[in-house]
Design a binder for this molecule. Structure first.
Ligand code: ADP
Ligand code: MG
Length: 917
């Protein structure tokens, strides 16, 4: 008993001694977490270098764009072919992808040998051979009659310029084919395929095997965004943000980057970690000085590393009694499969003993223990280094997404990872330790790169089909110059109808006289009250105007909410509420006793008979109070004041907001004779010659006309450009059939048009995975301010997704690109239509004056104009294009509705006083 114990003790001691000896000998290969974190940081820096335009040429990690922008989303379908060149064998595949909601696919493959003379021969012959094999494959599978898209997996570094074009950079591994470098390998394959007249194959994609692996795994797990190969070679790819990829145009979305990380360290960046064995191995390789990282990791080299270590140890007398065998001196004698076998710890030392014996090394028990441990250190270092670089990629992904914690999946393929008994487990463990804030799932790619190439092709196929559908939907929003001219001409016609006595009653553009006949002359002064009703807010203002040398305008205002039940209640309630607000304001300003002149900005179509009389033609925008249409709004206000019986006001003028805007700007610039509002609603006023206004007596001078152009098109004259989305928005509005032009151009409706398009695209399966969420069903959820935010050039797609998230819309990266396009199409059309209308007005003014060129200023107000990132520019460009003889200056109005109302009141008061005298 005692003896057995002693023996066991003796053996343990012996084992420990051997392990210690090897550990000491190879301490340089045992990498601590600190070192690995350092490697990770170096790799991160190298990735940045590879992505930068100026730094890429000298970067060792080439970060090659793959032009793969999307992962499978499960809606792919069809039959695809793939060929796979680059591994140890050449393969042809036929993949059937079913759109059955279960993401199923079927794969049939055939292997073909790649004879050595071809791999080291001439390129044309190799591609002819590939084409021949494919023909054979199609014959066996009875596919010759079909026109099939093909994905080409080619696992050598290629500089891609498109998904279906890539120039071979430099041979790695054993690829020594002549006449292929710097040539587009897709065109080589196409040329070879064209020699076979009886098949019709369309090469759609060139795919690196890492990318193929990611796509294959991505089909089963939507989270997969990294592809990793650890086999004969090693490499990784991942989804990078386009805005970080300098070498490819465009900032939107993501693209898969093939890192080609095997070359990491080729500039000496890893020299402090490389051992004498690494150097020796490199010197004896086919490509000295190249692929230094790969040489520390991939299965092609690990066996050789072990051999070099054993040789040195033996020479130093640390193994095999110092006796070197011929086998041990022979390059390539120890292969990866030997290392894997020796590391099968469950089988004790038997494998090791057998392998060493075969090498004529006559190992002792101690030798076997030591050699097994050498293998472990070498393969563990491989897993460690691989983990460090992978951790760098994962960290980059997480930071790109601005997440504190990230869940993601890494798709993996490669013999070393798959067959080595410990490798996978070690790799997972180290990665999780290095990036504790990433929950990583490692997914083994089952059918490898061939299926991946088919998946890339399938995705490309799906995207092309989707693109067509989206383009078709948005094409309805593209207006040609010709169409815009037509809109301008129609607007001109409608303007004339509105001015003429016989057509005026039925005109859709009502051309309402405002009885504002002049712009301010600077002599206006005094204190005025102003009301502003008709926009998002109701406001009461006190305006102090000074004239002369101390000319200035001072304003105090207070905003009051108008609750929906009042906006859509009775007229009496609405006006009582307004008077209540005025009372609050007078109280607040301490001027309750003063009987101040008041200007009432009432931004709805009003038929006026004088400056202080206005009959409401009809509510627009969000208002719908009863018993108001056809009534005089000044009377209604006066009655409400009387009902309250608390104070009195001198109501001098009813003012449309467009007129207020024009007047405000006119106060600064006498050339301002047009007022434009692009806010909740859309409207324009301008100074018209009295002689053209048939419904108002007199032919002298000018009068401001409130066009109420929002009603343009209510007779169907622009129905040719209205889309089904416009019709849906109209039908869901408070005033169906009315204000058709306004509904295509103003803030109240643009978001709603976008929502209708999004619903339609979702129904077609082009967005949000075809799922119409509860929130997307809600009318008004998509406000126009979101268009401004989404279309902002400074906003990354991630932020677009965040906005959509707030709206309860769960979007992918592709979704957010499409949503942005939709917003752009809708707002651009709005600005162009508005510009066409404005061009008609400017042209009319030019003709009125009878001049060759017109200089004119437009006073503008409205949040859509002021805050949308592109609206104002497109509007200006359109006017310039459609009214080339007019030099139109745009002037932003500061608070037109308040200041303008006061100015109009002042002018009216002055004229009134003059009249009384
Ligand atoms: P009014 O109601 O008097 O027209 P505004 O000119 O402020 O007032 O316009 C308000 C409208 O502008 C809102 O109803 C909304 O449709 C739109 N809007 C609000 N914020 C934005 C924004 N950031 N970009 C574009 N439009 C906006
Ligand atoms: Mg307004």
């Amino acid at each position: 008993m005692f003896a057995v114990h002693l023996l066991a003790f003796h053996f343990t001691k012996l084992k420990e001694d051997q392990i210690k000896k090897v550990d000491r000998y190879l301490y340089h290969m045992r990498l601590s977490d600190d070192v690995l974190l350092d490697v990770m940081a170096r790799f991160q820096a190298e990735m940045v270098k590879g992505l930068g335009r100026d730094t890429n040429p000298t970067a060792t990690v080439k970060m090659l764009p793959s032009f793969v922008r999307s992962l499978p989303d499960g809606t792919e379908k069809g039959d695809f072919l793939a060929v796979d060149l680059g591994g140890s064998q050449f393969r042809a595949h036929w993949v059937k992808v079913f759109d059955d909601g279960k993401q199923s696919s079927q794969l049939e493959s055939k292997f073909y040998p790649t004879p050595k003379e071809l791999i080291q021969g001439n390129g044309a012959e190799l591609f002819d051979y590939v084409a021949d094999c494919l023909l054979d494959f199609m014959e066996t599978k009875n596919l010759k009659h079909k026109k099939l898209p093909l994905g080409f997996t080619f696992s050598f570094p290629c500089k891609q310029t498109k998904l279906e074009e890539g120039f071979l950079l430099a041979g790695t591994k054993h690829f020594k084919v002549r006449g292929v470098q710097d040539t587009d390998v897709v065109s080589l394959l196409r040329k070879a395929l064209q020699k076979h007249k009886d098949i019709d194959v369309d090469v759609l994609a060139l795919v690196n095997d890492t990318v193929g692996t990611m796509m294959t795994c991505g089909y089963d797990d939507q989270r997969c965004e990294v592809g990793l190969i650890i086999g004969t070679g090693t490499n990784a790819c991942y989804m990078e943000e386009m805005r970080h990829i300098d070498l490819v145009e465009g900032d939107e979305g993501r693209m898969c980057i093939n890192t080609e990380w095997g070359a990491f360290g080729d500039d000496g960046a890893l020299d402090d970690l490389r051992t004498e064995f690494d150097r020796e191995l490199d010197l004896g390789s086919l490509n000295p000085g190249k692929q230094l990282f790969e040489k520390m990791i991939s299965s092609l080299y690990l066996g050789e590393l072990v051999r070099l270590i054993l040789l040195k140890m033996t020479k130093e007398g640390l193994l095999f009694n110092g006796k070197v065998s011929t086998a041990l001196l022979t390059k390539g004698k120890i292969e990866m499969k030997h290392v894997s076998a020796m590391e099968k710890y469950k089988e004790g030392l038997s494998n090791t003993k057998e392998i060493l014996t075969e090498l004529n090394l006559f190992p002792s028990e101690e030798d076997c223990i030591a050699v097994q441990h050498v293998c472990t250190i070498v393969s563990f270092r491989s897993a460690n280094l691989c983990a460090a670089a992978l951790a760098a990629i994962l960290t980059r992904l997480r930071e790109n997404k601005k997440l504190l914690r990230m869940r993601t999946t890494v798709g993996i393929d490669g013999g070393l990872y798959k067959t080595h008994p410990q490798y996978a487990k070690r790799l997972h463990k180290v990665v999780r330790r290095l990036v504790p804030n990433c929950d990583v799932r490692f997914l083994l790619s089952v059918s490898g790169s061939g299926k991946g190439a088919a998946m890339v092709t399938a995705v490309a196929h799906r995207l092309a089909a989707q693109r067509k559908q989206i383009d078709a939907a948005l094409a309805q929003f593209l207006l040609s110059l010709e169409t815009l001219r037509e809109v301008k001409n129609k607007m001109r016609t409608e303007l004339e109808y509105g001015l003429k006595r016989e057509t005026q009653a039925s005109a859709t553009v009502k051309m309402l006289p405002t009885y504002v006949c002049g712009t301010p002359d600077g002599t206006e002064k005094g204190k005025f009250l102003a009301l502003d009703l008709g926009g998002t807010n109701f406001r009461v203002l006190l305006v102090k105007i000074r004239s002369g040398r101390r000319r200035s305008v001072q304003m105090y205002n207070k905003i009051f909410a108008i609750p929906l039940e009042i906006m859509q209640g009775t007229g009496e309630e609405l006006f009582d509420h307004i008077v209540q607000c005025i009372a609050d304001f007078l109280e607040y300003m301490g001027i309750k006793g003063a009987r101040l002149p008041l200007g009432f900005t009432f931004s709805f179509p009003c038929r006026q008979a004088s400056i202080d009389k206005g009959t409401l033609v009809g509510w627009t925008k969000g208002f719908k109070a009863t018993d108001c249409e056809g009534e005089d709004v000044v009377d209604m206000l006066r009655e409400a004041i009387r009902r309250r019986n608390e104070f009195d006001l001198d109501i001098v003028a009813v003012v449309n907001d467009t007129v207020g805007t024009m007047m405000t700007c006119g106060y600064e610039d006498p050339n301002c004779e047009i007022g434009l509002i692009a806010g909740t609603g859309s409207n324009v006023c301008y100074m018209e010659d009295m002689k053209n206004i048939e419904i108002v007596e007199g032919n002298e001078g000018k009068m401001c006309i409130n066009t109420e152009w929002g009603g343009f098109g209510d007779n169907g004259c622009i129905d040719n450009i209205r889309t089904k989305y416009d019709k849906e928005v109209d039908e869901g509005s408070l005033n169906p059939g009315k204000q058709r032009y306004e509904k295509m151009t103003s803030g109240m409706y643009l978001g709603e048009i976008v929502r209708q398009i999004l619903i339609d695209l979702t129904k077609q399966g082009l967005l949000f995975r075809g799922q119409i969420s509860e929130s997307l069903r809600k009318r008004g959820i998509f406000e126009t301010k979101f268009l401004s935010q989404i279309e902002s050039d400074r906003l990354a797609l991630l932020q677009v997704r965040r906005i959509l998230q707030q709206l309860g819309l769960d979007s992918t990266c592709e979704d957010s690109i499409i949503v942005k396009e939709v917003c752009g199409a809708v707002s651009k059309r709005a600005a162009q239509l508005c510009g066409a209308g404005l061009a008609a007005i400017a042209e009319k003014k030019r003709e009125n004056r009878g001049v060759e060129r017109l200089q004119i200023t437009v006073g503008v107000d409205g949040t859509l104009y002021k805050l949308h990132p592109h609206f104002s520019r497109v509007l200006r460009e359109t006017v310039k294009e459609l009214a080339p003889q007019c030099d139109v200056t745009f002037m932003l109005s500061e608070d037109g509705s308040g200041k303008g109302a006061a100015l109009i009141t002042a002018v009216a008061k002055r004229l009134h006083n003059v009249g009384q005298k």
